[in-house]
Design a protein. Structure first.
Length: 488
């Protein structure tokens, strides 16, 4: 849980201190790479660490991952400019990929199926506490100390985590038929392919237009690299991403379903704070609270989900959760304009409860269908697909929101059209500093933002429906769960 807290706190605690970091180091035009670089590193390393944990054990991978994360934190604290800080954030991400995947796998190793929901709910609680505490801690350190302390604070927490793991995590020695071989070519292919494609998704429409030369070059190079990686993995003796991950119906269906989950999660996490501040007129702290209520109901429903899936099964439990999530997301566009803050907060509370019933049964179910030597790879593939879904969702829904805004701004009354911004970020900034806007123009912009976020939530509901259909038609009715002794 301490190791998971390092990864969970990372995004929320850093985002609060961005103004101070930019004010000290400069680099406002590229500061988004503080998050994009970290996300890329985490995503592309998940499959690699999953395979390594199956080959060499969880303990060495987890200890090395935490150590790499702490090294990145120390380097970040000493960064001399924005380029150096971004590079050191990538180092952090290389360790964060080991933490996120391996902690989930260790939980499945240590606890039998009946007890697993309890420990998984505790891990979910770490994310919930981090979502609430991260902004507060980051704000306090940035305001009363120095932004460098948001990285240095990781060192004692990580040191205690490593000490506890070294002292108390004892893995049984496992016999091997042959000396393990590492698929370095496959690992390099996964790094390169994931890096190219995710960079194209993260930066497309932001740093350059979608149909520009950089986007087309990145997508083309990523497609060629993906083809080469698939060919390499087919010939590898122990591939980083083995073919059975997609050949087994249960794992393939869960991968696709959690990819859709990553897609739909972009709607609340990215666009709800903008909606709360621009449409409802809330401050940043109150807007963060509207979002954070989801992280309170999610671990609670996850903890109770075992009572559901023990009665009706993993697949039916997930179908109930994602079906309810689709209906809840579709309720968002029905909110009145401008509405009261408790209305979106209630929707987020219900959404967290629904997604807790959806996600945890699928992760526990997949981990229960594989043996020890496959569990790290299976868990990493699930988390990898969710991360890729988030990257695709950020690009897709960003395009939807900007297209909706562009249409509204293009059809604005001629009297207020001049001087109006032309994208979501500019609109949000204009509404935060409305001195240059007339009252009718400000109201028109708020209605445009309201409509744009409504369209994003409809898209998120479509992603939930996609996950529902995947589970309904691709997943087996009963997951082929192995007895606990056999999975060990």
């Amino acid at each position: 849980m301490l190791a998971m807290a390092l990864a969970a706190l990372d995004g929320t605690i850093v985002s609060t201190a961005v103004p101070q970091i930019v004010g000290d180091l400069g680099g406002f035009s590229v500061f988004s790479w503080l998050f994009s670089g970290y996300l890329l590193a985490v995503t592309v390393t998940l499959p690699v660490y999953g395979k390594l944990s199956d080959t060499f054990g969880r303990k060495p991978v987890l200890v090395c991952g935490i150590s790499l994360f702490l090294l990145g934190s120390l380097l970040c604290a000493g960064a001399w400019d924005m380029a150096a800080l971004i590079a050191f954030r990538v180092v952090q991400g290389l360790g964060g990929g080991a933490i996120q995947g391996t902690v989930q796998t260790v939980a499945a190793d240590l606890y039998p199926l009946k007890e697993r929901p309890r420990i998984q709910a505790r891990l979910s609680t770490v994310w919930a506490v981090s979502a609430v505490a991260g902004p507060a801690v980051g704000g306090l350190l940035a305001a009363y100390a120095d932004w460098r302390w948001i990285f240095l604070i990781n060192l004692p927490v990580g040191a205690v985590a490593v000490w506890l793991i070294l002292r108390h995590l004892h893995e049984p020695r496992r016999a091997r038929d042959r000396k393990p071989r590492i698929d370095w070519a496959g690992a390099l292919g996964v790094f390169a392919c994931g890096g190219l494609l995710l960079t194209a998704l993260v930066q497309g429409g932001v740093a350059w237009p979608w149909l520009s030369a950089p986007s087309l070059a990145l997508f083309g190079a990523g497609a060629l690299c993906a083809a080469a990686t698939v060919a390499t993995e087919r010939r590898a003796a122990e591939p980083i991403i083995p073919g059975w991950v997609w050949k087994r119906r249960t794992i393939a269906a869960v991968n696709l379903a959690l990819g859709a989950l990553g897609l739909l999660m972009i709607a609340p996490t990215v666009f709800l704070p903008t909606y709360a501040q621009s449409v409802l007129g809330l401050g940043p702290i109150a807007a963060g609270f509207v979002l954070s209520v989801m992280t309170l109901s999610w671990p609670l429903s996850a903890a109770l989900s075992s009572h559901v899936y023990n009665r009706i099964g993993f697949r039916r439990s997930a179908l109930v959760g994602i079906g309810a999530a689709a209906l809840i997301l579709l309720a968002f566009p029905l909110l009145p304009y401008p509405g009261a803050p408790w209305q979106p907060a209630l929707i987020m509370l219900l959404l967290g409860a629904a997604l807790g019933i959806f996600q945890l049964p699928l992760i526990v179910g997949v981990q229960s269908t594989v043996r020890w030597a496959e569990r790290g790879t299976a868990t990493a593939s699930v988390l990898f697909c969710r991360q890729v879904g988030q990257s695709v969702g950020a690009a897709l829904f960003g395009a939807v929101a900007n297209a909706t805004l562009a249409r509204h701004l293009a059809t604005a009354p001629a009297a207020m059209r001049s001087g109006l911004p032309d994208d979501l970020d500019s609109v949000s900034h204009a509404l935060e500093h409305p001195g240059s806007l007339s009252a009718p123009a400000a109201d028109y912009l708020r209605r445009a933002v309201d409509t744009a976020v409504d369209h994003v939530y409809v898209g998120a509901a479509a992603a939930a429906v996609l996950a529902f259909l995947v589970l309904l038609f691709l997943a087996p009715r009963r997951f082929p769960v192995l007895p606990d002794g056999e999975t060990d």
